[in-house]
Each structure stands twice: as structure tokens, then as C-alpha cells.
Design a protein around this ligand. Structure first.
Ligand SMILES: [Ca+2]
Length: 705
């Protein structure tokens, strides 16, 4: 009898497996059009279909209602990592992607992208919006399998970091200049509207000829929360926090665009030939304080709230609407679409792909799905650091039931175990009671960590001196020509008063430009924030013929930013004198607290000083200039400067570093030289400060031979 039971159970299992295989086979090679909508920094809870009590997303909800929705779908904790996994079918670290900036956002050139695979299978391919896998021309999507490219640079519109990662200068969410097949176009309209409009225009031009893959990746609702006023107004009286109203407004605008897209598909009568997929790229952000679907933590963490995403697959007439609770992930996207497209994968690409085709689950959401483990790691260790020291800093490994999480500041192992079936909010650590499960998952984690080591090829990468998007933008508009009609985005008009050239001239700051050395003169580096940007040009003039006065290519920001970027700013060149300041940003108040605490400021500055001393340059510390009394925007307190300057002075005295006391120097004449209710100086003030700075630098210049 027992034997008969066993046989019966084997037969049933076999029948089920064969049925699932046949159903999946039915989808394999069906070659639908594919539209992928990927939003940036929208959380799982930022949708009405996921229970958000205020936000209304009727059109994305429709994708949910009419599609297969994966309810346990894993992505990475931040932007580029998820995008690289989607594009390659493997974990981001195997693509060299361990950050979102610092050249560590660049997808290794040795990977084959999903777009290349789809193209090889006869698809036309287009990308609209965010790429964030490398801004250098050889890394553009147009070189990596996309026929049509319409993208902004960096991780978001208007962002710029030292090295390769940066958008066209002067861009905001309104009418940004967008890189269209290698040329910038000045658009006219709100970014999300522009991306969807361009995608729909392209779809219209290509549909019916061959199947298409349209990759629409919005930069919204990622901050800065530059929202259309009418969208913000939809939520301004519904939530207390203005930022949440803005954030919801950004999502409402995306939802409107999804609605427009669905309407078009119906109009074109291609709904039943088109698979529309919707996802978000990492855990929630501004909306999570309001609603986080019962999960713990947000973007940038290995908790469920950092890595669980929406994943809706709508294909009317083919996919039956249903929830699928099987454990799935971004790495499954590539093999799923490749199989749908009937693409033939080379052995090399097969080896690249770690994910599984989801076709069996799309055919039958309760199909057998053997358990798996998925590793997560935030990355983002400091540039130049040994990744092994951060092995357990912000990581997790999970299977369908358990998640093992380690979060620690110093990289020490700090495993906690959670049963996701009974404790989705991750409130009860059950590691002590389940040593075997911990051990098993940890073994998997160690093996995984080992496997990624040889792929970390961006860690030491040095980026170009200037963001490639900026270089190209300046080159394109240097002749003073406004974009030709043919270069403009459909339905947009360039305002005569705001040509890209004028916008560039307005936004680009000559103080930040690179200078060419006059041979034989000593080399000076200015490091500081906006105050030093203000005096850079007059200092340069005052030391003309005496020194080559360089400055860092950006606002130095707080000490945390300095630590991150100092090596890149110092470059390989020899410096004779470095004149530096930090403090004005550290002491800025955010929610009533210093952006960087006084204690951390002191710690960071010590580290900075030791890095600077290693250059063998003569160092000059410049004290932070006075903060006026009264309400400032952003807020700063009048009295704080003294404390920060005192902490800095202690360090400089200890290291016998010269001090250029601009605080002392500027204080008696503040009324004349500083702007009203503002930390900045008027042009006369900058010139006066420059005299003092030039004087202290000149005293340290090497004597002429
Ligand atoms: Ca993101």
C-alpha cells in the first residue's frame, strides 16, 4: 500500500512538472512586444494596490490587477546594482558594480546585455530615461544593444560627481537636455512626460515591423523632489510632510503616463501582442515614513524594506491575472525575456546568467519552483578600502522562508535570522533558536562572497577629469548654435531666451573649470565649498605668473564628501601648496541636527589631514567664515562656527599646519562684504577674501631657483 502511495505521488509530481513545462513551452519563443517600466526609488508600499491609504495609482494598479504579480520579488538595495542585474541576469558585483558613483556604477564591458540578446533575436530595442551603468561613450546603451537611446546621465537628472558620472550641466527635471542617439536635445516639458512621450513616439514608428523592447526607466520619484506644482497640489492637503506630498505627486505623474501608454496600446490594437512589465528598482524612500507595507527599513539596506519590489507582468489574453508567491528576483528578468524572445544564448552568456526563466510561473503561478538562496550586499565601502573588511557590513542571504541579515557599522559579523513567512516585518531574531539554519545560510553566503571577488574590477578605476556628458554638451553647443529643428524632441520648442548655450553659460562656473599649467610654476590646490568657489578666480588673478592655482572641480561639501572624493581630487599630480577648508556644510542643520556631528567632523578632518600630509605639499588650513545671525536657508546656527573652528584648530596645531584665519579676517567687515541673511559673500567680499588667501598661499610658495 505504501509503495502504491509513493508511486501515485511520483506520478502526480511528474504530471504536474510536465504540465508546467508544456505551459512554459507555450510561452517560449512567443516573441511579444515588451515594454518595461522601471521607476526610481519608489517603494513597494508606494502604490494603492499595495495598500497605500492616500496615494492613488489607478493605472499601475491596473497592471497589477490584470497581470501576474510576483509578491516576493527581490532587487538590490540601490539603483545601478539593480539595473546591472536586470541587464545581465547576474548579481551586480559580478558586473563590477559595487556603488552608484565613483566609477563603481559602470557595468563591465565584458558582460552581454539583455538588449544585445533581444536585438540578436530580431527585436528593435529602445531605452528612455535612466541608464546609470556608465556615462562614457563606450558604455552608453547605444553601444550595448539599444537601437534607440534617449537618456540622461549619472543616476539622476542634474547629478554630477567627480569622474565619469554626471548629467548634462544645468539640467533640472523641467525641460532637461537629453542625450538622443549621441546628440543632446533640449526638451520642453517635465522629464517623466518627456520620456514616455519619446518612448511612445518610438514605439509607434517601430511597431508592426518587428517585435520591440522599450525600456522606460524614469528618474522620478528619485530626489531632488522637483515636482510639477499641479502634481504636488494633489497631495498637499492630504499628508502632513511637504516632501511626502511632492513624492506622491511625482508618482501620480508617473501613473498618469502609464495610463497614457496603456491607452495608446489599445488604440494601436497591440495590447494582446504586448507584455507590459512594471517594477521599482530598490526599497522605498520618502514615502516609507508614511507607509511601508509592513516592512522594515528602506532603500540602501539589506532588510526586506530595502530589497523587495513590485513586479507586475501584464499580457492580456495570454497571462492569467494572479499572485505568484514564489521567490523571484531581478536576475530572472534576463533569462525570462531571452526565452520569450526565442533568443539563442551562447555558452558564454549561459554562464553569465545566474537567474531562472520565470516562464513556468507566468504560465502557472503555483508551479513547482525549487527553493533557492539569494544574496544581497549594499556595497558602497569606501573607495580604496579592502572589500573583505566590509563582508558583513550590510548584507543578507535568504531562501523562500528565512532571511539571515547582518548590519554593522564596522563590518563585524552580526547575523540575525528572521522567518519571513510569519514575520515579514522582521521584528523577532530567531538566530539563537536555529543554529543549523544560520549555519547553512552562512555557508552559502561565504561561498557567494568568495565567488564575487574576482569580478570587482571597478574598485581602483580612475575616471576622467570631467564628466563625459559635460564635455560632449560643451562641445556640441560651443559654436553657439541652438539645436536644429531635427534635433528637437517631438512636440517641444526651444525657448529662444534659453538656448542650451546660454543655459550652459549660466550654469557652468568658470571657477570650476580645469586650468592648464604654466610650466615651471608651483602648483596650488584650493579645496573648499562655495565661499572658496567665490574667491577662486581673484586668487588666480592675484597669483598670476607666480603659481598655477587649481581648485577641486566641485563644491567640497561636508567632510564626509571630502573623505569620499579626496583621492580623486588630488589625482596623480604633485602639489606644492594645498589651501583647504571644511565646516560650512558639516554644521548645516538637517532636522535640527548637524549634517555631520562635531565629533565626526573632528574624526573626519583628522583622516583628511593625514591624507593631505601624505602629498608632501605645504598645507594651509583656512578657518570657516562666519555664519550671520537669524534665519538662514538652509539653516545654520551663528554660534556653531566657533566650535567647529576650534576643533579644526586643535588638529592643525597638533600637526603644525599653518592657519589662514578667514573667520577672524572677515568678522569685522561682515556688514559690508557678506550677503544679507546668507553665508555667502558679495563680489567685493570675495575679492577681499581672495587677497588674504593669496597672501597666505604666496608665503608658502617654494622659493624660485
Ligand atoms: Ca533607485
Amino acid at each position: 500500500m505504501k509503495r502504491l502511495d509513493l508511486w501515485l505521488s511520483i506520478c502526480v509530481t511528474l504530471i504536474v512538472m510536465v504540465r508546467d513545462a508544456i505551459a512554459a513551452e507555450g510561452l517560449s519563443g512567443r516573441r511579444p512586444n515588451i515594454i518595461f517600466v522601471l521607476t526610481d526609488d519608489q517603494g513597494y508600499g508606494d502604490l494603492s494596490c499595495h495598500g497605500n491609504p492616500i496615494l492613488k495609482t489607478p493605472n499601475i494598479d491596473r497592471l497589477h490587477r490584470e497581470g501576474v504579480r510576483f509578491t516576493d520579488f527581490m532587487v538590490s538595495p540601490t539603483c545601478s546594482p539593480t539595473r546591472s542585474a536586470l541587464m545581465t541576469g547576474r548579481h551586480e558585483f559580478k558586473n563590477g558594480v559595487t556603488h552608484t558613483i565613483l566609477e563603481r556604477e559602470r557595468l563591465t564591458l565584458s558582460a552581454t546585455t539583455l538588449a544585445q540578446v533581444l536585438k540578436s533575436a530580431g527585436y528593435s530595442t529602445g531605452i528612455f530615461g535612466k541608464w546609470h551603468l556608465g556615462d562614457e561613450p563606450e558604455r552608453w546603451p547605444s553601444r550595448r544593444g539599444f537601437d534607440e537611446m534617449f537618456i540622461h546621465g549619472a543616476g539622476g537628472i542634474g547629478q554630477s560627481y567627480p569622474g565619469s558620472c554626471g548629467d548634462a550641466p544645468g539640467n533640472t527635471y523641467f525641460s532637461p537636455a537629453i542625450l538622443h542617439n549621441g546628440k543632446f536635445e533640449k526638451t520642453n516639458g517635465y522629464c517623466t512626460d518627456v520620456f514616455f512621450a519619446q518612448a511612445m513616439k518610438w514605439i509607434e514608428s517601430t511597431k508592426g515591423k518587428q517585435p520591440f523592447y522599450a525600456h522606460i526607466a524614469t528618474n522620478a520619484p528619485h530626489g531632488p523632489l522637483q515636482v510639477r506644482p499641479e502634481d504636488e497640489a494633489r497631495y498637499a492637503d492630504k499628508v502632513k510632510e511637504p516632501n511626502v506630498a511632492k513624492f506622491f505627486g511625482l508618482i501620480a505623474n508617473i501613473d498618469d503616463n502609464v495610463g497614457r501608454l496603456l491607452k495608446k496600446l489599445a488604440e494601436w490594437n497591440i495590447e494582446r501582442d504586448t507584455l507590459v512589465i512594471f517594477m521599482n528598482d530598490n526599497g522605498g524612500t520618502a514615502g516609507t515614513r508614511f507607509f511601508n507595507a509592513g516592512m522594515r527599513a528602506q532603500k540602501g539596506t539589506p532588510w526586506l524594506g530595502g530589497i523587495r519590489a513590485s513586479s507586475f507582468w501584464r499580457w492580456p489574453g495570454t497571462l492569467q491575472p494572479a499572485d505568484c508567491d514564489r521567490l523571484a528576483a531581478h536576475v530572472d528578468f534576463f533569462p525570462t525575456l531571452a526565452e520569450l524572445a526565442g533568443a539563442k544564448l551562447s555558452d558564454q552568456v549561459r554562464q553569465q546568467v545566474e537567474g531562472r526563466s520565470l516562464l513556468p510561473l507566468l504560465s502557472n503561478p503555483v508551479a513547482d519552483w525549487s527553493d533557492r538562496t539569494l544574496a544581497t550586499h549594499l556595497g558602497r565601502w569606501p573607495k580604496g578600502a579592502d572589500p573583505n573588511k566590509f563582508k558583513h557590513a550590510n548584507c543578507s542571504i535568504r531562501n523562500s522562508q528565512f532571511q539571515l541579515v547582518s548590519v554593522s557599522k564596522d563590518g563585524q559579523k552580526n547575523w540575525q535570522l528572521f522567518d519571513l513567512k510569519t514575520d515579514r516585518g522582521q521584528q523577532t531574531d530567531i538566530a539563537d533558536k536555529n543554529p543549523e539554519i544560520v549555519k547553512q545560510l552562512e555557508t552559502n553566503y561565504d561561498r557567494w562572497w568568495e565567488s564575487i571577488q574576482k569580478h570587482l574590477d571597478n574598485e581602483e578605476a580612475v575616471g576622467p577629469e570631467q564628466n563625459p556628458f559635460k564635455t560632449l554638451f560643451e562641445k556640441q553647443f560651443a559654436a553657439g548654435k541652438s539645436p536644429k529643428e531635427s534635433e528637437r524632441t517631438e512636440g517641444t520648442k526651444v525657448k529662444v531666451a534659453d538656448t542650451p548655450k546660454k543655459a550652459a553659460a549660466r550654469k557652468s562656473n568658470p571657477s570650476l573649470e580645469k586650468i592648464t599649467d604654466v610650466p615651471g610654476l608651483p602648483r596650488v590646490l584650493l579645496i573648499g565649498e562655495s565661499i572658496s568657489i567665490g574667491y577662486t578666480l581673484p586668487v588666480r588673478r592675484l597669483l598670476d605668473g607666480k603659481a598655477n592655482v587649481h581648485r577641486i572641480p566641485t563644491n567640497g561639501g561636508p567632510t564626509t564628501n571630502g573623505l569620499k572624493n579626496l583621492k580623486a581630487w588630488l589625482g596623480d599630480g604633485q602639489w606644492d601648496v594645498i589651501h583647504f577648508n571644511w565646516g560650512l556644510h558639516d554644521l548645516k542643520l538637517i532636522d535640527g541636527k548637524h549634517q555631520v556631528s562635531l565629533e565626526d567632523y573632528e574624526k573626519n578632518l583628522k583622516e583628511i589631514v593625514s591624507l593631505l600630509k601624505a602629498t608632501n605639499a605645504k598645507l594651509i588650513w583656512c578657518s570657516t567664515t562666519p555664519v550671520p545671525e537669524g534665519d538662514l536657508n538652509p539653516p545654520r546656527r551663528f554660534g556653531d562656527v566657533a566650535h567647529f573652528n576650534a576643533a579644526a584648530k586643535r588638529i592643525m596645531d597638533e600637526h603644525m599646519i599653518a592657519i589662514d584665519d578667514l573667520f577672524e579676517f572677515a568678522s569685522p567687515k561682515l556688514k559690508e562684504i557678506q550677503n544679507k541673511a546668507d553665508v555667502h559673500f558679495n563680489s567685493e567680499g570675495s575679492a577681499i577674501l581672495a587677497e588674504q588667501v593669496a597672501k597666505s598661499i604666496e608665503a608658502k610658495l617654494p622659493s624660485r631657483k
